[in-house]
Design a protein around this ligand. Structure first.
Ligand code: FES
Length: 221
């Protein structure tokens, strides 16, 4: 004889014993199987959140960062710079750190005929001398119009894009502006191979495709 469906008009028994659950104890309101299943799911949820939420924060955090610099440094009069070559300047990368905070930056005028339009809002190109491979100081060679790293042979072309060797992304840059006829540089930023801007990353951090989400920006860089 086919079994009858449970009568939904009857209230569900409060105790597992009344339900006729196998192995039920007197006074038990939930079976051990249900209890264990619920507990395992709760622990799984907590573990997933513990790993997932920080990863999500790392991935999405940089998208909400305000890239507008709040500290600008004078680099000299506009007339000192041209579109055809870089002028090396020394700036303080870390405020109040003395010599240890000094950093070389190569500056030239933005060239609308030759430069990528992605950064056309910045009147000057200010390139960091920190190699994007492992951080050695690169040098600009005017004869070849390239930046060269002495450590492992990294080479960057005139705009700072990788031309050869192990570096994984272009050289970092700084925001620039002109105030009272003088060129100022602001915060540093990193770039992917298409010269799209990102908050500053450590050397060796890729920024193309999904890699941009796997290498979070670190304030210490
Ligand atoms: S640190 Fe520049 S190529 Fe390795």
């Amino acid at each position: 004889m086919p079994s009858q469906p449970p009568d939904s008009s009857k209230p569900k028994p409060r105790y597992t014993l009344d339900e006729g659950a196998p192995g039920a104890f007197e006074g038990e309101t939930v079976t051990r199987r249900k209890f264990m299943t619920g507990g395992a799911m709760a622990i799984g949820g907590v573990a997933t959140a513990a790993f997932g939420l920080p990863a999500l924060g790392f991935a999405l955090g940089p998208q909400f960062e305000d890239g507008t610099p709040d500290r600008w440094q004078d680099m000299g009069p506009e007339g000192e710079f041209s579109v055809s070559t870089y002028v090396p300047k020394v700036m303080n990368l870390v405020a109040d750190a003395g010599e240890a905070g000094k950093h070389t930056v190569y500056i030239r005028k933005f060239d609308p005929k030759r430069d990528s339009k992605r950064n056309a809002d910045l009147p000057y190109v200010a390139i960091s001398n920190r190699c994007a491979h492992l951080g050695c100081p690169v040098r600009y060679i005017q004869a070849s119009k390239r930046f060269v790293c002495p450590c492992h042979g990294g080479v960057y072309e005139f705009e700072g894009k990788v031309a050869g060797g192990p570096p994984v992304r272009p050289l970092d840059r700084f925001y620039t502006r002109v105030r009272g006829g003088r060129v100022e540089v602001g915060e540093r930023f990193s770039l992917n191979s298409e010269l799209r801007r990102f908050s500053v990353r450590d050397p060796s951090n890729h920024l193309d495709g999904p890699w941009q989400y796997l290498y979070p920006s670190r304030p210490s860089t």
